[in-house]
Design a binder for this molecule. Structure first.
Ligand SMILES: C[S@@+](CC[C@H](N)C(=O)[O-])C[C@H]1O[C@@H](n2cnc3c(N)ncnc32)[C@H](O)[C@@H]1O
Length: 256
């Protein structure tokens, strides 16, 4: 299991450079991101207009791309990590090397904004939420998933999760985990009423996957399924209110 913390502090973005070779290995250190990407993409409907834009904040190496195929979006990915963006570009993503707290794209340009496993990695998630909502067209869809700021989340995602081969060690700083109620309140402040649900990997499939992986065999990857509690991992989705006042929305939307 790669140890992303050998020389770098927890959550240091340079860890993603050290782990660059892991992104597209389905059984690699980012395996769970593949399962989450499939689940996130399932919340995204087919585009309702030509030239629809999906902005993927913290896109990493573009793991969402295969799950969006055929839905009719231009997939624009924003990330800080150049080594990840180069891989995303190789998977058809139009990449923007930028901080998700200051995205150089026009307000109201996006039909969908996705922020998968990003908010728990940024020191100021409220600014990212503000940016995500700014980018959305009225009626546009925000889709995200993150880790809750609870003791159970710290136990499962960090102390246990980072000892499994599905999550790199040191990749999380639990002080950045995102309280679900605060997130919903912040989105509402920016005109997006977020629905929340807890999610988790299918446990029996994870056990089978771990056993097969230990034998070096491939197989069906686990799926992410809804669960009753948002206390650990959760998804949020909601549309931007149509009556929000925006001065700089163009009908076509533009990518700067
Ligand atoms: C856990 S990965 C998730 C990647 C991708 N969303 C996925 O689910 O496969 C977090 C990503 O967020 C990026 N990231 C962290 N802080 C960021 C920031 N402030 N702005 C943009 N990207 C950031 C990292 O470079 C990394 O690619």
């Amino acid at each position: 299991m790669p140890d992303a913390r050998r020389t770098l502090p927890r959550n240091d973005p340079r860890q993603y450079d050290d782990l660059a070779g892991e992104w597209w290995r389905p059984d690699g250190a980012f395996a769970m991101l593949h399962w989450l990407a499939e689940s996130r993409a399932a919340l995204v409907p087919a585009a309702s207009r030509p030239a629809a834009l999906l902005v993927d904040l913290g896109c990493g190496a573009g793991l969402l791309a295969p799950h969006l195929a055929g839905k009719g979006y231009r997939h624009v990915g924003v990330d800080l990590t150049g080594s990840a963006l180069r891989q995303a570009a190789g998977h058809g993503v139009t990449v923007v090397n930028a901080d998700a707290t200051a995205v150089p794209l026009a307000s109201g340009c996006a039909d969908v904004v996705a922020a998968g496993e990003l908010l728990e990695h940024v020191p100021d998630w409220r600014t990212v939420v503000a940016e995500a909502c700014r980018l959305l067209r009225p009626g546009g869809l925000l889709v995200l998933d993150t880790l809750n700021d609870t003791a159970l989340s710290r136990l499962l995602a960090v102390h246990i999760g980072e000892r499994l081969p599905t999550v790199p060690r040191g990749i999380h700083d639990p002080r950045l985990f995102v309280d679900a109620r605060a997130l919903a309140a912040e989105c509402a402040r920016h005109g997006v009423n977020l629905r929340l649900r807890g999610i988790r990997p299918q446990l029996t499939r994870v056990l089978g996957w771990l056993a097969r992986r230990a034998r070096g065999a491939g197989g069906v990857p686990p799926r992410i399924v809804p669960t009753w509690s948002t206390a650990v991992l959760y998804q949020g989705w909601g549309r931007r209110e149509r009556d929000q006042t925006q001065t700089d929305v163009s009908e076509e939307g533009t990518v700067a």
